[in-house]
Ligand binder design. Structure first.
Ligand SMILES: [Zn+2]
Length: 244
């Protein structure tokens, strides 16, 4: 099953672009995962997009229509130079912080969304980066037991958490069992939004709604582990070559 994930919803976002992406998803009758930043302080978003007081009503509408709410960090500010256990980037809001600091962020963010009637059951970190302390904080401070962020073939369970893989930043076919296409509406061009529409027109049957993901208790398979090693190994090789 293919899923759509939309990143960086908050009171500071490009409402026009989000509206355009929403229209495409509505047209194809598809409900995504949407990651909300509870207390956005990221200057690359806050200094660019005016505060939208209607955001929380919009998010409530999304929820009513089956969009699955994810806690997307706390303030989306990168203070850490650490890739953690999903080192897609070497910076993070979370990876490298103490457990007590992470507990505070997670508890505060969870409280904000819950107070708005948007209690999330999924988490994904800004820059995809988190560590074992992030998981411990989620486990003790929230009821969230699903992470949307790992390189794998299919959903798996490790420790207390289910992991939904997220492998691509643009709509494309991949020969994997569960694929999450991660999109950032704020920075999508009109062309990219058009391409999403065209891809869904052709491949809508591959996609499922975010609430329909089946969580399985199985541990990561050989293929899941091999994909992760290959993915991060290739990234390391590319990085090393680019430094030469
Ligand atoms: Zn983000």
């Amino acid at each position: 099953m293919f899923l759509i994930r939309l990143d960086d919803a908050s009171v500071h976002m490009d409402t026009k672009k989000w509206g355009a992406v929403e229209a495409v998803l509505t047209k194809h009758d598809l409900a995504p995962i949407v990651g909300i930043i509870p207390n956005n302080q990221d200057p690359t978003l806050c200094d660019v997009y005016e505060e939208n007081p209607g955001f929380w009503d919009t998010a409530s509408e999304w929820k009513k229509r089956g969009w699955r709410i994810a806690l997307h960090g706390y303030n989306h500010v990168y203070t850490q130079t650490n890739g953690g256990i999903n080192p897609v980037n070497n910076y993070s809001e979370f990876a490298g912080l103490s457990l007590s600091e992470q507990k505070q962020k997670i508890a505060d963010g969870y409280a904000i969304l819950s107070e708005k009637g948007l209690k999330p059951d999924l988490f994904f970190a800004p820059a995809h980066t988190y560590d074992e302390n992030t998981l411990s904080a989620l486990e003790s401070e929230t009821e969230i037991r699903i992470i949307s962020d790992t390189v794998a073939n299919d959903v798996y369970k490790r420790g207390a958490f289910y992991y939904i893989p997220q492998q691509t930043g643009k709509p494309r076919k991949l020969p994997l069992k569960t694929v999450t296409v991660c999109l950032h509406p704020n920075t999508m061009s009109e062309t990219a939004i058009g391409e999403l529409d065209a891809f869904l027109a052709k491949n809508r049957a591959l996609f499922g709604n975010a609430n329909d993901v089946v969580l399985k208790d199985s541990p990561p398979s050989f293929l899941d582990r091999a994909l992760k090693i290959a993915y991060f190994g290739l990234r390391r090789i590319k990085k090393a070559l680019s430094k030469r």
